[in-house]
Design a protein around this ligand. Sequence first.
Ligand code: ADP
Ligand code: ZN
Length: 526
Amino acid sequence: NGAAPTDHTQRLLPVLQEYWGYDSFRPLQAEAMGCVLSGRDSVVVLPTGGGKSLCFQAPALAMEGLAVVVSPLISLMKDQVDALTAGGASAAFVNSTLSADERRDVAERVRSGEVKLLYAAPERLLAARTLEFLQSVNVSLFAIDEAHCISSWGHDFRPEYRGLRTLKERFPGVGIHAYTATASEQVRQDIAQQLGLQDPEFLVGSFDRPNLLYRVRHSQNRFGEVCDLVNARKGDSGIVYCISRKEVDATAAALRELGVRAAPYHAGLSDSDRQRNQDRFLKEEIDVVVATVAFGMGIDKSNVRYVIHAGMPKSLEAYQQESGRAGRDGLDSECTLLYQPRDAMTWRRLMASSGENHDGALAALAGMEAYASGVVCRHRALVGYFGQDLGKDNCGACDICLAEVDLIDDPLVTAQKIVSCVARLEERFGGDYTAKVLAGSREQRIVDQGHDRLSTHGLLEADGVKVIRGWIDQLMGQGYLEKAGEFGTLAITATGWSLLKGEASPRLARPAVKKAARRAASGGAE
Ligand code: ADP
Ligand code: ZN
């Protein structure tokens, strides 16, 4: 079990001081660094902003030899190496952007022992020549960043990570340390297994970020709502995430027209444009970065006061990571998700066309949908997804606990009406159709099928199709209904059947978009 963390703490504090100017550890950093120093394999799970990088960087500087860091993104690598170099540490990276001469130069600096940290993407690291080279020098440790990429259970599976297994065989005496912000037990175990770790230490930090205020809005007019939210916080640093590049460009342009200092950030921009927009954001020359949900990894600014998702991310891991870019300085910040049920369909389509529609990714998407349509405390739902307990009833920092959401008084009765209508329709129709039947629609299709004569026809007439449709999403989010079959017809789950017997306590909220938008606007000034 290595030495007690306190011994290592003694040894590393001066390093923290010298290179970063920090004088204490964040939670679990000392323990994680202890593993690195003692060579015990480890899997370290900390939320975004938790300080994972330091867990291997500081020991790397204190240890003999070369630390090898595996990182998936070239932009991320460069940022880290730049930051280390600026702090006086010697670090380098090898990737496809380097010329042969530059690569030779890096190899020379590694061989002379000058470089303490070498960053590489997995495909580069695993090239036969690189491995041979590394076997000829003294490797102190392997750090695998974004380690969930090795697991097909994770939300960001990268097949090239699978080859990292060979590290344990080729470098049997060298500790391997995996870092991720994805905490599901399954992914954690999979990481350890795929890497062939030996009796690894698992260190899992708390996932709650109490300074973040979480809200979900069922959005009607996303564009206008983003503009309102940004306008309400003029002058503050913020990030707006959109699903597509097209939306990013349009949103950035619309914000600029409103006089907001905004710039786009996505994979379609050249590296230099992206870098420039990021730098301007860091230097506060612009206030808002509009990015694609798939491309926010590089943005690291401590005083981001709000993050708006103008579109649902494809997993709660991604949402946690992206929204987690707000309030890294620990000050109050806001995270708002503007959600439309069709976001999930958009993702399914994108996943299918990129061949990414495996079980892990689809389950992750379902988890995200459940969060967005659910009506339970957001902090509880988020940490719950990562297998943790919130430890308090009212978080005081989400739309649910702050009672911004209009919960209806008789949710069980209303839910029973909806679920029994699904039963009467023999689970053969989708959400829109079911909502229309409950609202008492007499459109041709419904009359033709004789569904205007069902006992549940018109049962929720007073509420209207839109509201009922929202409730159906909420019931799906809470697991009483599910989509089934190739046509996505509504089916009743086991808990849905118990609900019909009165054995359940669903929660239903009346969509209150107008009211919510006003609150958000005044909330910004409080
Ligand atoms: P992660 O990789 O877990 O998202 P980072 O390693 O990027 O997090 O760290 C997030 C921020 O916290 C960085 O700005 C980092 O310099 C800072 N940080 C990390 N450890 C400490 C510490 N012990 N004291 C103060 N700041 C820290
Ligand atoms: Zn709450």
